[in-house]
Ligand binder design. Structure first.
Ligand code: JFZ
Length: 605
């Protein structure tokens, strides 16, 4: 049989055409994660908007105020679909102004905006062809606010992004979550909802609104890996540059999403995001006036940045389309701070130190370190341990005032160290920033140093775990978790340059959620521990008698171990062993930190 042959030049041409068309196809579908993450890594700060029908009841149903977030009212009050649906007929946000929202985000210093295209209640806040239960077809408003927002974001140079509840949909018989109308999830045909509503709607939001920065999926519940993968592939196939958040489920996604309002103990990885509320609820809730201060919000943004993440700060607009006054004020306050200090945030990378110093946070950039001082020194001296690079200049970021400094790069205990002479009062009441020019890429000693206050903090994150490799202990961004195996023990090496007597505390971590009867705490205490340092031993019980930094979500639970004397400068090792560990709701002992605090001279006399 005769096979058709081509001349050599023809063959080259054909191969070239095939290669070209292939590579074009590839360019559409195979952006690397690194490429996709570029803008996200530099952006640091985004606006989250929870807006939907739940803004009407605003946390209250038939005269009863329900606890928790307002967007969960349908679930909390077990509102039948037939009663919740008619809210749409009242939803008429005539005061909505996309331009104003986008300008507010831009002026707050935000670089992206993520808005609920559909939350768990199943109502689409955009014009969906896949479901008539949407803002254009089911409300008197009849406009598509997402079209208007997409345009406004373009104008104000914000990445436009969508939240989409992919698994929970309380409006659909086969969506997850609604067992009061449709029975338990285990009896549903989730795949049917997934194929008939979730996939088509995700397709819509990725094709009808221009370039989308990221899709923020949430609460995957029982979705299987194939379904998570299918969704992620769909996103990347329709918009190769679009990121997928970490709540798509099954450990997938282009970056990690932390628990709500959660901050890790240290800087251990890049590419994560903490979604955060300004008060308690995500959706507008009339009775929620539990506002965080602007200072707390600015500090949280700085902390997240210094630890390698992004801060996605939420507002909950009303049913009229108004962003509540306290939220607007806070956004303006954060924006004012960023206007002056943005250089120390945008485009920076996490601190070269795993654990932040006692006075604040550190971010880094090419040839630069930014010292974000939360607790301004009262004696005019700011101390930084561990930096091996030579510092060429130190200055205040706001007015570029040069600061005097003294650097020791030797090998004595407590060195390398940098002592900066600072003004008596902090230049900024929220966070003051000192910029350092350093020679070469950041090079930091892994040693643990005594802070200027004399305190040494040994973070769980930095513990050496002995006899590891079997279940019974693990380390996450909080520290040591689920320590249940008594064969495991921990140690830390540290340096003392100002010896003396120290009081030792153990910091555990409790996730507290809910309130009253539904309050959950992941730490009950009762562990019997033994601690050894400088030839002295302490036996103590880790209990939950004292808390620090309480918040509605998590808190440090502090136990007192006792006192030791460290009589000479030098290197020491502290060991922590378990005599008896308690398992509580499947959780073991948590070690967030061990702190050695100098006992005051007065107290000793
Ligand atoms: C989810 C939603 O249920 C909630 O309504 C809101 O949209 C929020 C941003 O996300 O709630 C969660 C999901 C995950 C955690 C906490 C709250 N988590 O992992 O800690």
């Amino acid at each position: 049989m005769k096979t058709p042959t081509l001349s050599i030049p023809m063959r080259i041409l054909v191969v070239a055409i095939i290669c070209l068309s292939l590579s074009e196809g590839l360019a559409q579908t195979t952006l690397t994660n690194e490429q996709r993450l570029q803008w996200f890594r530099d952006a640091k700060f985004g606006l989250f908007i929870h807006w939907g029908l739940y803004a009407l009841p605003a946390g209250e149903w038939k005269g009863i105020v329900y606890p928790g977030a307002s967007e969960w009212i349908m679930y909390r009050a077990q509102v039948p679909v037939k009663e919740y649906e008619p809210l749409a007929q009242q939803f008429n946000p005539t005061r909505f102004n996309a331009e104003e929202w986008a300008r507010l985000a831009r002026d707050a210093g935000m670089k992206y905006l993520v808005i609920t295209s559909k939350h768990h209640d199943g109502f689409a806040m955009y014009h969906s062809a896949a479901s008539k239960y949407n803002i254009v077809d089911a409300t008197p408003f009849k406009r598509d606010p997402m079209k208007e927002l997409a345009d406004a974001c373009k104008k104000y140079d914000l990445k436009f992004c969508f939240y989409y509840s992919q698994a929970q949909d309380w409006h659909e018989a086969n969506g997850l979550g609604n067992d009061w109308d449709f029975g338990p999830d285990s009896m549903k045909t989730f795949s049917q909802y997934f194929v008939e509503k979730a996939i088509p709607q995700v397709r819509e939001i990725l094709t009808e609104y221009g370039p989308i920065g990221l899709i923020w999926f949430d609460t995957p519940r029982t979705m299987n890996a194939a379904q998570s993968k299918e969704l992620a592939n769909l996103v990347h196939q329709l918009q190769p540059a679009c990121l997928v958040d970490g709540r798509i489920g099954n450990e997938m996604g282009d970056y990690k999403t932390k628990g709500d309002n959660r901050l890790p103990s240290g800087a251990t990885e890049m590419d994560w995001e903490t979604p955060a509320t300004m008060n308690t609820s995500w959706g507008f809730k009339k009775s929620d006036d539990n506002w965080k201060s602007p200072k707390q919000l600015i500090r949280a943004l700085v902390e997240v940045t210094a630890k390698g993440g992004n801060y996605l700060l939420n507002v909950g607009p009303t049913d009229e389309g108004i962003i509540p006054g306290p939220s607007v004020q806070r956004l303006k306050d954060v924006g004012a701070w960023l206007k002056v200090h943005g250089e120390a945030v945008y485009g920076t990378r996490m601190a070269p130190w795993t654990i932040p110093p006692e006075w604040g946070m550190i971010t880094s950039a090419q040839g630069k370190l930014y010292l974000h001082v939360f607790d301004w020194p009262t004696d005019g001296k700011l101390e930084l341990h561990g930096l091996k690079n030579r510092v060429s200049t130190a200055s205040l970021l706001d007015d570029h005032t040069r600061l005097k400094f003294e650097q020791k790069l030797g090998e004595k205990p407590g060195e390398p160290s940098l002592l900066i002479t600072v003004p008596a009062t902090p230049p900024d009441s929220n966070v003051s920033v000192i910029a350092l020019d350093i020679e070469g890429p950041p090079n930091v000693s892994p040693q643990i140093f005594q802070e200027k206050s004399g305190t040494v903090t040994l973070f769980g994150l930095l513990a050496q775990v002995h006899n590891a490799g079997m279940p019974g202990i693990r380390k996450d961004d909080t520290g040591i978790r689920d320590w249940t195996n008594g064969d495991n023990w921990l140690s830390w090496d540290f340096t003392i340059d100002r010896p003396g007597r120290f009081r030792i505390d153990l910091g555990s971590y409790a996730i507290t959620s809910g309130s009253g009867r539904t309050r959950k705490t992941l730490f009950e205490g009762g562990h019997q521990l033994m601690l050894g340092v400088a030839g002295q031993g302490l036996s103590f019980k880790a209990d939950s008698s004292r808390t620090e930094r309480p918040s509605p979500y998590f808190t440090d639970v502090v136990s007192e171990a006792g006192e030791v004397t460290i009589s000479a400068p030098g290197s020491y090792t502290l060991q922590l062993r378990a005599k008896q560990l308690v398992t509580f709701q499947g959780n073991g002992c948590v070690v967030r930190w061990i702190r050695l605090r100098p006992v005051q001279e007065e107290a000793r006399r």
